[in-house]
Ligand binder design. Structure first.
Ligand code: SF4
Length: 285
């Protein structure tokens, strides 16, 4: 087998920054708390937990605030932001903030803030359960709503002075469909494409890479929407694609001796996980 790691596969700048900031504070021996997963990669999160990161599920958020001494730790704001309510409570309790909000998400937050101040209605194309969308929605002061499918866009009416923007990680096909439907319904709709360009470029890269390999392994967290999107994109050009979290999920029956095997990963997949899979495949049987 010829095994190649895609040269352009790497974590996105927002994730790299969040991990670097978190490691830096943990290495100083400080306590760091986050609500839910820092990134959608279970094994990388476990590595950070071994360094001391403490993760609290969202339903135990109040417990976190009451149990910990505000002077003793940092509250970690995740790459895709937190709701205004959470930020206010953490601030009121006196916790220090470790803000790892990705600047691209920060840009969307600023756009929403400015438009809400100007009295605009806000429509966000995305997944209403995603932390970024929840965070943006809380900034709209009741002037916002989320559209998650073309059907939802078809079924709703929209006011004048409406801004449509995208969850940064939304499937570009959904954003384009929602844009198409809404622009026909409401002339003068203001549209801002806030999708993450890093992910956009990765779609093109992986399509090319996937078409050059006999078989492709996409490494990443099961919860990662980005890995799912990369998987679907490769599937369009190469049916022999598998999405796994690590080597333990590999079935050697997938391969033939003379296969070219391509390894790639999502926006939250660190390089060590790609190297690990390559090493596993190259080991003597
Ligand atoms: S996917 Fe894009 S928007 Fe999200 S954290 Fe990474 S760089 Fe930022």
């Amino acid at each position: 087998m010829i095994i190649t790691i895609e040269s352009k596969a790497k974590p996105c700048p927002g994730v790299r920054r969040a991990i670097a900031l978190t490691e830096e504070v943990l290495k100083r021996g400080e306590e760091v708390f986050s609500i839910g997963q820092l990134i959608h990669n279970r094994r990388e999160v476990e590595r950070l937990q071994k360094m001391g990161l403490q993760i609290q599920e969202s339903d135990l958020f109040a417990d976190l605030l009451n149990r910990h001494d505000p002077n003793g730790g940092y509250f970690l704001v995740r790459t895709h932001g937190e709701s205004e309510e959470i930020l206010r409570k953490v601030h009121d309790k006196g916790f220090r903030m470790l803000d790892t909000t990705c600047p691209i998400v920060g840009h969307s937050q600023k756009i929403v803030d400015e438009h809400v101040r100007g009295g605009w209605h806000i429509v966000i194309a995305g997944n209403r359960e995603h932390p970024e969308v929840k965070g943006l929605l809380t900034r709209t002061q009741g002037l916002g709503r989320v559209i998650s499918s073309r059907q939802e866009a078809e079924n709703q009416d929209f006011q004048e002075h409406t801004l449509l923007l995208a969850q940064t990680t939304v499937d570009p096909v959904l954003f384009s469909e929602v844009t198409h439907v809404l622009s026909k319904k409401r002339l003068g709709l203001k549209i801002m494409d806030t999708t993450c360009q890093f992910l956009h470029h990765r779609q093109n890269d992986i399509r090319t890479f996937g078409s050059q390999q006999d078989i492709v392994l996409i490494i990443g967290g099961k919860q990662s929407a980005n890995c799912q999107l990369l998987y679907r994109t490769v599937k369009e050009v190469n049916p022999r694609v598998f999405k796994i979290e690590g080597p333990e999920e590999i079935d050697l029956e997938w391969f033939q001796d003379d296969d070219s095997v391509g390894i790639s990963g999502g926006a939250s997949t660190p390089r060590w996980q790609l190297d690990e899979v390559k090493k596993y495949l190259k080991r003597p049987l």
